[in-house]
Write a protein of this length. Structure first.
Length: 229
């Protein structure tokens, strides 16, 4: 196993523990992942996820599996970027900061912290002809939020086009209710609503739990036809 692969599995494991998964010790390049004392899957050094479909279905772990997949894929993306990205150089900046993206006067940087605390992401504005950095926005292990902040701060995307996770959860809940209660006008509308739910789940794997918290009305996936996995 290479040093990068070892760091990748360590980062994945650390992130999953923060989400209340149980991460067993790595063996032969595999990281066993459990939830509520049930095996969800294994994550390998290449970011792939292997699992037993019957076991996942029997224990109702579909959402947990989606969350692991999302974290494993996102972590692979930014750990690869951290390896290939050039150092970020600016007056007064010390430590190993990597320049992940830059547009206009705004930069997105990644910083691998010592002591197993994971990767911190920061957006800054360049000032004084680009020699100094100003007004850092810091994101503790939240790559998605850092990218969104970079896109808005740099002007790549207007902030009005982006939804928060809470807003997406409410949209998901409303779409699910419309389909479950047969409030759709026609098959085309139902298809669009299911696509919206699937897209939101891809973006926010824990959306059902979040929707339950916001609405205080716990729901489960409807059987068969409404499954989005």
């Amino acid at each position: 196993m290479t040093d990068h692969q070892a760091k990748y599995l360590s980062e994945v494991g650390r992130r999953l523990r923060r989400e209340d998964f149980t991460v067993q010790p790595e063996y032969e390049g595999l990281l066993p992942i459990e939830k509520d004392a049930h095996r969800v899957c294994n994550v390998n050094v290449h970011g792939s996820v292997s699992y037993d479909p019957d076991q996942v279905r029997r224990n109702g772990l579909e959402d947990a599996l989606d969350q692991v997949r999302h974290i494993a894929d996102e972590t692979l993306t930014y750990t690869k970027q951290m390896v290939s990205a050039p150092p970020l150089v600016a007056d007064g900046l010390t430590g190993d900061y990597r320049l992940l993206a830059e547009f206009g006067d705004v930069v997105l940087a990644g910083h691998e912290r010592e002591g197993g605390y994971g990767v911190e992401f920061i957006t800054w504005e360049r000032i004084q002809d680009g020699t100094r950095l100003w007004q850092g926005h810091y994101y503790d292990n939240d790559y998605a939020a850092a990218k969104q902040d970079f896109a808005v701060r740099s002007g790549l995307l207007p902030s009005g086009l982006l939804f928060t996770q809470d807003q997406l959860a409410v949209i998901f809940d409303a779409a699910q209710n419309m389909v479950a209660l047969d409030l759709v006008s026609n098959p085309e509308q139902e298809k669009l609503l299911e696509q919206i739910m699937e897209q939101i789940e891809d973006t926010v794997p824990q959306v059902i739990d979040l929707a339950n918290e916001l609405t205080e009305s716990p729901k489960q996936h409807e059987p068969e036809g409404l499954q989005l996995n």
